[in-house]
Design a binder for this molecule. Structure first.
Ligand code: ZN
Length: 171
């Protein structure tokens, strides 16, 4: 999914964990893609390649190889690691766990749109609902992304308004 769609999950959970800085929540949602850039640069992972097939008018993809940045198991590991790092700074378990869980939310959203997500290592057990693989699915994914982004913004700004009102009542 697009970075903005991932970031919207950070906006959505901010009211649940007010002590977690918004930038940390949003940054955590981008961790698998950031890791993937690094791993590709180091030649540890490989991006998928898409090509146009004019006979069928469909795109065919060569499989990406990204078990370390986008594998289910490793995303759980990165989530725990990010939660641990957050705890070092915040010294508060709940917001730290929420920040950590943002890393895994990336995997869940990618699971909806791709069908090439590794469970463990290697490219044997690839999972995902693969919405992007079909033409109607692409429209559904775009709709889903817009829905996520607008919902994230609405939840975030509503919570901010409520907090501002409460602040005003105190004075
Ligand atoms: Zn991703």
């Amino acid at each position: 999914m697009e970075p903005l769609a991932h970031a919207s999950i950070g906006l959505m959970v901010k009211p649940v964990a007010p002590k977690a800085p918004l930038w940390a929540l949003i940054a955590a949602t981008q961790v698998p893609d950031l890791l993937s850039f690094g791993f590709i640069a180091l030649d540890i992972e490989k991006p998928g390649v898409s090509t146009m097939d004019f006979n069928q008018g469909l795109q065919t993809f060569s499989l990406p190889y990204y078990p370390f940045s986008h594998g289910c198991f490793m995303c759980i590991v990165w989530s725990l690691l990010v939660a641990g790092i957050a705890y070092l700074f915040l010294k508060d378990l709940k917001p730290s766990l929420v920040i950590g869980s943002m890393v895994f939310s990336h995997w869940v959203l990618d699971f909806l749109v791709y069908s090439t997500l590794p469970l463990l290592f290697g490219n044997r057990n690839l999972v995902g609902l693969g919405l992007m693989n079909t033409k109607p699915g692409v429209f559904i994914s775009i709709f889903l992304e817009l829905l996520l982004i607008s919902t994230g913004l609405i939840i975030y700004f509503r919570a901010r308004k409520r907090a501002a009102l409460q602040e005003g009542q105190k004075q």
